[in-house]
Design a protein around this ligand. Structure first.
Ligand code: NDP
Length: 294
């Protein structure tokens, strides 16, 4: 079994980005600039935005966090989005979700200029992925694709089973792996809570991507010997054995599944660290006009 080390790969990618940013600066080009908008004081959102800010600094990006109280109106947020859309100093920006209930997340996401939508949440970016055009791929699926590349995991002709059909993970990774591409060219089955005979479907998979948010859902008895297992799930549970009093659990019963898998991502330290690095990669692409020429 090979442990897919998201911490190691993400550190390597950060170094690559940092080097490229240094060269851009030397050539007198603009420093990539990412803005994160955060509304309210949700603990998880604060943590994510904190990590993003730190990562931007590590690679030499400019980064700005715009904070709003959860009393902010939809109109005010839309005006901010409009300003960022039209500010040439900003290469990309993200709206940290969730937003308070009185604000339509969909409306705000659709207001973001797809050219600056480095989270890849805008329907135009998702639509471009579907028809195989260059697009910002949302961070988690992009991170999984990168892990397949770096570990040289063959996907062509493989049976892939994705568990969970969210717009940010399950659906885009299913589409990406079924594209005529490398990684890609897989035969993908997208499953969800209404899927019948899930165990039977999973037992035929060469690659399983668990993104359902049910701790330790995937067990060894469900899996084919030698399958590749990508665990996207993150559930925070109370623990007496950690300093913080919390620990993170994935969707995979790691101890037993790791004995049967050929490759497996741990939680934490697998897909999670790749997510932030993918956002950095998207921001670099935005700064260089790689997806949408400037
Ligand atoms: P959602 O929470 O939005 O949706 C969960 C999906 O799983 C739904 O499609 C649901 O089906 C399906 N599902 C739920 N229970 C079952 C079941 N028993 N059998 C089969 N399918 C089931 O998905 P997200 O993608 O947002 O999140 C999934 C997990 O990934 C969470 O733990 C989240 O924290 C984590 N995550 C981790 C990231 C990372 O960076 N590592 C990034 C994003 C998410 P239905 O549609 O029928 O309701």
């Amino acid at each position: 079994m090979i442990l897919i080390d998201g911490n190691k790969i993400s550190a390597e990618i950060k170094e690559e980005i940092a080097l490229e940013v240094q060269q851009m600066k030397k050539r007198g080009e603009k420093t990539p600039h990412l803005v994160a908008i955060i509304v309210g004081h949700d603990g998880a959102s604060e943590t994510y935005v904190g990590h993003k800010e730190k990562s931007c600094k590590q690679v030499g990006f400019d980064s700005t966090v715009l904070r709003f109280e959860d009393t902010v109106t939809e109109k005010e947020l839309l005006e901010t989005v409009d300003k960022l859309n039209n500010d040439p100093a900003i290469d990309g920006f993200i709206m940290q979700l969730p937003l308070p209930k009185h604000i339509s997340e969909q409306k705000v996401i659709e207001a973001i200029d797809p050219k600056k939508d480095v989270d890849g949440f805008h329907p135009i970016n998702l639509g471009r992925i579907v028809i195989g055009l260059p697009a910002y791929v949302s961070a988690t699926p992009a991170g999984i694709i990168e892990l397949f590349k770096r570990y040289k995991i063959e996907t062509s002709g493989k049976n892939v089973v994705v568990i969970g059909r969210s717009n940010i993970v399950g659906k885009p990774i299913s589409i990406l792996l079924s594209q005529k591409a490398n990684p890609g060219d897989a035969t993908v089955t997208l499953t969800h809570s209404r899927t019948k005979n899930l165990k039977d479907i999973v037992s035929k998979a060469d690659i399983v991507i668990a993104a359902l948010g049910q701790p330790e859902f995937l067990t060894a008895e469900m899996l084919k010997e030698g399958a590749v297992v990508i665990d996207v799930g993150i559930t925070r549970i109370k623990s007496e054995n950690t300093k913080s009093g919390w620990k993170l659990i994935g969707d995979v019963k790691f101890d037993e599944v790791s004995k049967k898998a050929s490759f497996i991502t741990p939680v934490p330290g697998g897909v999670g660290p790749m997510t932030i690095v993918s956002l950095l990669q998207n921001t670099l692409k935005a700064a260089k006009g790689e997806i949408y020429p400037k």
